[in-house]
Design a protein around this ligand. Structure first.
Ligand SMILES: Cc1ncc(COP(=O)(O)O)c(C=O)c1O
Length: 368
């Protein structure tokens, strides 16, 4: 059947490849008892307060949600000490990345990104026929924020900074971020994507909230998908100036976040016990994984997040399949400087041991 064609920039769009769902691998390979370490989810589950809130909210799912998400935005604003008009909700923070591109990029406008960073930045920019300008990383697979600042031109509207960065697990310091923001000035909005912020335990890690409060030209993105354990409900938020948030609201679809997601996030937001438990667990298991990788002579990038980027010898796609046959889903990554790399999320101790057992079967190691 012939019909109208999508424009060329849509036809050549890359398709985002998510971590493989457990059920799909079970179906395809006939393997039961699968461990998924592919999407940086919380291996402990979901905040119990969120689960209680979801139960309560179930009674009203025949109603449309509050499109503006008033109660959740109010709670987020109070928690962070900003005005409610500075908060916007997204169907995951991914939707906010896309809304930023839709709102700020016209044909050919530029967005500066880092080469080894979250693939959705480039896709979001390509979707609106913008021009992603990908800047190589500095040593240690960290964003080169000075080079990114130098890449800003009069056509640049957005600078996407993943801090910490997925898939590298690295972060940029306060001093580096200050230089970037000062250099960009009013020319572009610096998008500070802090999806993994809660996991970072470094004193020189900069929380973009301070930049927002200092009146700098930034938008901070956070998500409930990671430490809060709500990836399946799709909810995240942005904190920006009143003006930027009002602009984003123009391109937001009317009921972009569901009532269950809003209720769950509201329940999870102040669950500090859950956060502490999840953070402590992650740190201990991340250290365990890094120690075990070091012992085996497997190269990896030291991480401040809930995942680690490892370097495998040989064809990473083949290794990916071999891991699955052993019941472990990891995430192969690709792109400049990432040949042979895979990302492994931090799991429970039992899950991490399953990964290491599969690794030992597949990679000749120096372990005695
Ligand atoms: C750096 C980064 N930003 C944003 C997201 C999006 O998360 P979500 O859309 O689930 O909020 C992810 C998810 O993996 C991520 O790694």
């Amino acid at each position: 059947m012939r019909g109208p064609q999508a424009p060329e920039y849509i036809r050549k769009l890359a398709v985002y490849v998510p971590g493989r769902p457990i059920e799909e691998v079970q179906r395809e390979l006939g393997v039961s008892d699968i461990v998924k370490l592919a999407s940086n989810e919380n291996p402990l589950g979901t905040s119990p307060k969120a689960l209680i809130a979801i139960q309560k909210a179930m009674a009203t799912v025949h109603r449309y949600p509050d499109g503006g998400g008033f109660a959740l935005r109010k709670a987020i604003a109070a928690r962070h000490g900003v005005d409610i008009e500075q908060v916007i909700l997204g169907n995951g923070s991914c939707e906010l990345l896309e809304m930023l591109a839709r709102a700020y990029l016209a044909d050919g406008d530029e967005a500066v990104i880092s080469q080894q960073s979250f693939v959705m930045y480039e896709i979001a920019v390509d979707q609106v026929n913008g021009r992603p300008i990908a800047v190589p990383c500095a040593t240690g697979r960290r964003h080169d924020l000075d080079a990114m600042a130098a890449a800003v031109t009069e056509h640049t509207k957005l600078v996407y900074v993943a801090n910490p960065c997925n898939p590298t697990g690295t972060y940029n310091t306060r001093a580096e971020l200050d230089r970037l923001i000062a250099s960009v000035g009013e020319r572009a909005i610096v998008v500070l994507d802090q999806a993994y912020q809660e996991y970072v335990d470094r004193p020189d890690y900069p929380d973009g909230l301070a930049d927002l409060k200092a009146g700098r030209n930034v938008i901070v993105l956070r998500t409930f998908s990671k430490i809060f354990g709500l990836a399946g409900l799709r909810i995240g938020y942005g904190l920006g100036s009143v003006d930027v948030i009002a602009t984003l609201n123009r391109v937001r679809s009317p009921f972009n976040t569901s009532s269950l997601a809003q209720a769950a996030a509201l329940g999870a937001l102040d669950d500090d016990d859950w956060m502490d438990r999840s953070r402590d667990h992650n740190l201990a298991e991340l250290r365990f994984l890094e120690r075990e990788l070091t012992r085996r002579g497997v190269r990896f990038t030291p991480s401040v997040t809930n995942f680690v980027l490892i370097e495998l010898e040989g064809d990473v796609r083949e290794m990916f399949v071999e891991f699955q046959k052993r019941g472990v889903i990891i995430r192969p990554v690709s792109g400049p400087g990432l040949a042979g790399c895979a990302r492994v999320s931090v799991g429970t101790r039992a899950e991490n041991e399953r990964f290491l057992t599969a690794l030992d079967a597949l990679v000749p190691s120096s372990v005695a």
